[in-house]
Design a protein around this ligand. Structure first.
Ligand code: SF4
Length: 338
C-alpha cells in the first residue's frame, strides 16, 4: 500500500479571471504540486468580503476564477477545488481560533498594518483575516502552504495559533510550513506596484493578443531611455523582467544585449514580449474557451470539491468541539453518561 501524500492547502481570492501575477506567483506552482501532494485549493470568498465588494458580481467572479484555475492546469481529478463559504466549518474554526489568538499578534501583522493605514475606519474582519487563514489551513491538517512572500508571516502566525490551541486542548493540529515559490513578486505594468486587479496594472491570462499588445505597448520602460539611440538598463525595466518569465533564453539575451547597446528599440522589445506571452498563455486560453461552453462542468467541479472538503472539515470540527466540551444534541447525553 502506498503512503498517503502529505496535504497542502492554498487559497486565492475570487477576483474573476486570473492575471499573470497570480498565475506566475501561485497557480503555476499549484499545478506542479498536484502530483506530489494531496491538494486543497480554495476560492476564498470569505476573505474577499473584508474589502469593498459588489454582491451582484461575486457569483460570476467565483465562477470565472474556478474556470480559469481549471484552464490553467488544476485537475479536479487530482486536487480538490472549492469555495470557502460552501464549507461552513471555516468560519466556525476561525471563531474558535479567535479565542486563543492574542490581539497583539494580529496588530503586528504587516499586511494588516499596510491595509489599515489606508482606511479611515478599520473593520474587525481585516484584523482577523489571518485567523481565518489559520482555520483554512488547519481544518485540513495541511502540513505545507504554498504562498507568496507577503503571506509567510501569516503562516508563522498559523503555527503559533496551532501551538496555542494544542497546548490548551491537546496535540491535534500540525504546524504547517510555508512553501515560497521561485517567483517572488510580479510587478504590474506600471512598474511600481505588485500586479493587482484593484490597481489596474494587470494582464489577464485570458486576454486576446490585441488586448495584451495594447497594454504592453504603453507600459513603462527604463525612463533614462528617451531616444532609440540611448542605451538602456534592462534591470530597471519591468518589460525585461517579464521577458525573464515568458521568453526563451535566446530572447532574454537578445533583449538584454539589444537594450544595453541600443541595438533594439523599446517597441521591438515589447512586440517580442507580447508575442511570447500570447504563445505561453495560448493553451490556457484555448482550454478556458472550451470550458465556457460547458458551465455545468465547472459548477460540478465546485460542488464535488465542496463535498470532499466538507467531509474532511466536518471530521476536524467534530474533534475540535469534543476536545473543547462543545457537544451537540445526543452528544450531550453521552457526555452526561460518561
Ligand atoms: Fe525595457 Fe526593452 Fe526598452 Fe530595454 S529595450 S528599456 S528592456 S523595453
Amino acid at each position: 500500500m502506498t503512503a498517503p501524500k502529505p496535504r497542502i492547502f492554498s487559497g486565492i481570492q475570487p477576483s474573476g479571471e486570473l492575471h499573470i501575477g497570480n498565475y506566475l506567483g501561485a497557480v503555476k506552482q499549484w499545478v506542479a504540486l498536484q502530483d506530489q501532494y494531496e491538494c486543497f485549493f480554495c476560492i476564498v470568498d470569505l476573505h474577499a468580503i473584508t474589502q469593498p465588494f459588489e454582491p451582484a458580481e461575486m457569483p460570476m467572479q467565483i465562477f470565472d476564477m474556478a474556470l480559469t484555475l481549471v484552464a490553467a492546469g488544476l485537475d479536479p481529478e487530482r486536487c480538490t477545488i472549492f469555495v470557502q463559504s460552501n464549507v461552513p466549518e471555516h468560519s466556525e474554526l476561525a471563531w474558535v481560533f479567535n479565542t486563543v489568538t492574542p490581539l497583539g499578534e494580529l496588530e503586528r501583522m504587516t499586511q494588516y498594518k499596510d491595509k489599515a493605514a489606508r482606511q479611515e475606519s478599520v473593520l474587525a474582519g481585516l484584523l482577523n483575516y489571518p485567523v481565518l487563514q489559520a482555520a483554512d489551513i488547519l481544518l485540513y491538517h495541511a502540513v505545507a502552504v504554498p504562498v507568496g512572500e507577503d503571506q509567510v508571516q501569516h503562516v508563522e502566525l498559523t503555527r503559533e495559533i496551532a501551538r496555542k490551541w494544542n497546548s490548551r486542548f491537546g496535540e491535534y493540529f500540525p504546524e504547517p510550513q510555508a512553501i515560497v515559490g521561485k517567483v517572488r513578486r510580479v510587478l504590474g505594468l506600471d512598474g511600481q506596484a505588485k500586479m493587482s486587479k484593484s490597481i489596474g496594472n494587470t494582464i489577464g491570462v485570458l486576454e486576446t493578443a490585441d488586448e495584451i499588445w495594447e497594454k504592453i505597448r504603453v507600459a513603462l520602460t527604463d525612463p533614462a531611455r528617451k531616444r532609440r539611440s540611448d542605451p538602456g538598463n534592462p534591470n530597471v525595466c519591468n518589460i525585461f523582467s517579464l521577458h525573464r518569465h515568458f521568453s526563451s533564453e535566446d530572447d532574454v539575451a537578445w533583449a538584454e544585449q539589444g537594450c544595453r547597446s541600443a541595438g533594439i528599440g523599446c517597441i521591438e522589445c515589447k512586440r517580442r514580449l507580447a508575442e511570447n506571452i500570447v504563445e505561453a498563455l495560448r493553451p490556457i486560453r484555448e482550454r478556458a474557451l472550451a470550458l465556457k461552453e460547458q458551465p455545468d462542468y465547472v459548477v460540478e467541479v465546485l460542488r464535488s470539491g465542496a463535498e470532499r472538503a466538507h467531509s474532511v472539515a466536518a471530521q476536524t470540527m467534530t474533534e475540535v468541539r469534543r476536545r473543547m466540551g462543545l457537544r451537540r444534541g445526543a452528544e450531550l447525553a453521552e457526555a452526561e453518561a460518561e
